[in-house]
Design a protein around this ligand. Sequence first.
Ligand code: NAP
Length: 321
Amino acid sequence: MKKVVVFSQIDQDVLERLQQNYQVVILNPKLGDINAQIRQEVIDADAMIGSGRLLNESNLAPAQQLKIISTVSVGYDNYDVNYLNQRKIWLSNTPHVLTETTADLAFSLLMSAARKIPQLDTWTKQGQWQKTISTEQFGVDIFGKTLGIIGLGHIGAAIARRGFYGFNMDILYHSRREKIEVAQSLNAQYRELDDLLQQSDFIVVAVDLNVESKQLIGAEQFDLMQKHAVFVNIARGSVVDEHALIKALQNNKIFAAGLDVYAKEPLQSSALFELPNIVTTPHIGSATAQTRKKMVQLAYQNLVDALENKTPRYLVNPNFK
Ligand code: NAP
């Protein structure tokens, strides 16, 4: 019987389906060093499924017959793809099914930060609404403003659609390659990064994390933004220099920020939490019951296809056909 290692919590139905057909080992961080568990269980594993763990030579080296790692995520920066290529191990991911949900979250952060929703929720509930509100409670306009998207991929385009159709926004974008078709449908204008930062009222980061996008936004980039700009990151924490962001917010170089992702996760304490002009969420871009179900089902199908000697539909490294 083929062996499947489950390296994070996954949906119960999918787990039961796996258990019907394979020998399933579920790793549990409460039972001790997770990397030691991976090294031990991977020796005779055929497949792995899960998310949120760093998998590379240090814990995968003992694998003898590992065919696929099926990540329940679209981002795959936790995995050393070069090493997987060397070892001829497939990596599959779950694109598309989370695009709209993650775009919803990005727009929620944008709106919450622009209108200070969480801060004013707390303020109202604390009984501080004693007379007419003052300018301190004012936000910034969204409708008809300029939205700059950094990384006009699937999620970036879905965020842009919300801005264009829902809020009559002018769309600017920056990507490594121009996205003619998507851009045309949204009347989106390509800009070099510096120009986008200078011209946008709202800036949303939606790139994948790679060598070029790491620390893409730092002090120099925050300096270029407008004083009333709202900055949102739903991509990966390492795309942004967090210290530079904290400084920009402390010095009111920008109006506000909305963050779903951080350099270190889970984040339990940070200078970010002390700032009045930031809205934070705990990496919940795709976290709705419906979307998470679709993601794990897709990850399951990728895994089963590989074990049945078919080519999975969503491979990050498809060169081992
Ligand atoms: P995607 O379709 O691959 O889009 C990524 C886009 O980023 C591509 O259009 C790419 O453009 C662009 N890009 C990459 N490096 C760049 C750089 N240095 N400068 C400018 N643009 C760059 O992926 P997606 O499905 O939209 O997902 C994007 C990322 O969002 C994922 O990789 C993941 O890290 C993150 N995410 C987060 C959550 C969450 O819970 N917060 C949920 C889902 C996804 P080129 O074609 O020009 O390279």
